[in-house]
Design a protein around this ligand. Structure first.
Ligand SMILES: Nc1ccn([C@H]2C[C@H](O)[C@@H](COP(=O)(O)O)O2)c(=O)n1
Length: 179
C-alpha cells in the first residue's frame, strides 16, 4: 500500500475529495461522518454519492445513534450507500472516501463491484482505532485484488477536514464487530 508518498493527486481527484468532504457533512452520526463519491474516470462523471446513515425509512433518532452497537448494526456505510446506488455502473470506477479508512467489508464490496481505484483517508499506524485496523486489512485486500489505492496525504486531509486529525477515530477502546 502507498500510505505515504504515492502518486500525487490530480486536480480532479482533489475536486472529488472536496465533494466527498462536503457530502460527509450530511451524515447525522455525531461520532463519525464519512462521505463517498464514485466516478467514471474516462468520462469524468459522477456515478453515485453516499454518506453514512441508517437505511431509508429507518428513523435516525439520537437514542439509536448514541448506542454504538445498535448504531453500527443498522448503519449503511458511505461506501456501501454509493456502491448500492451505482450498481453495475461501479465497474471500472474510482471510489473517493473522506472521513474514515475504508473498512474490510466495504473493501470486499468495492472489489466485487469492479471498482478499479480507491482514493481514501488512509489507516494510521499504531493507533487503537478499529477503523484503522480494518483499513490496513482493506489496503492488503486492494493490493491482492489489483486495485490501485491512493492514500489522501495529510496536508490534503487537513484542508478537507479542518480541525480534525485525519478524520479517523484515534481512541476506540471497545472495538466492535460491525463493519
Ligand atoms: N469507512 C467507513 C468507516 C465508518 N463509517 C461510519 C460507520 C459509523 O456511522 C461511523 C463511525 O462511527 P464510530 O466512530 O462511532 O465508530 O462511520 C463509514 O461510513 N465508512
Amino acid at each position: 500500500m502507498n500510505e505515504e508518498g504515492g502518486a500525487p493527486l490530480s486536480r480532479w481527484d482533489r475536486r472529488y475529495l472536496g465533494l466527498a468532504a462536503h457530502i460527509r457533512e450530511w451524515s447525522k452520526d455525531p461520532r463519525g461522518r464519512v462521505g463517498a463519491v464514485i466516478v467514471a474516470p474516462e468520462l469524468n462523471r459522477i456515478v453515485a454519492t453516499g454518506f453514512n446513515g441508517f437505511p431509508t425509512r429507518i428513523e435516525d433518532d439520537m437514542d439509536r445513534l448514541s448506542d454504538k452497537p445498535t448504531k453500527l448494526d443498522m448503519m449503511v456505510h458511505a461506501e456501501q450507500s454509493a456502491l448500492l446506488f451505482a450498481g453495475r455502473e461501479a465497474r471500472g470506477c474510482t471510489l473517493y472516501v473522506v472521513g474514515k479508512p475504508v473498512c474490510n467489508h466495504c473493501a470486499v464490496l468495492s472489489i466485487q463491484s469492479g471498482i478499479r481505484r480507491v482514493v481514501a483517508t488512509p489507516p494510521r499506524i499504531g493507533t487503537r482505532s478499529e477503523w484503522d485496523r480494518r483499513g490496513h486489512i482493506s489496503a492488503r485486500l486492494f493490493a491482492e485484488a489489483g486495485l490501485r489505492f491512493d492514500a489522501v496525504p495529510d496536508d490534503v486531509l487537513r484542508d478537507l477536514l479542518p480541525g480534525e486529525a485525519g478524520g479517523a477515530s484515534t481512541l476506540d477502546p471497545t472495538p466492535t464487530p460491525a463493519g
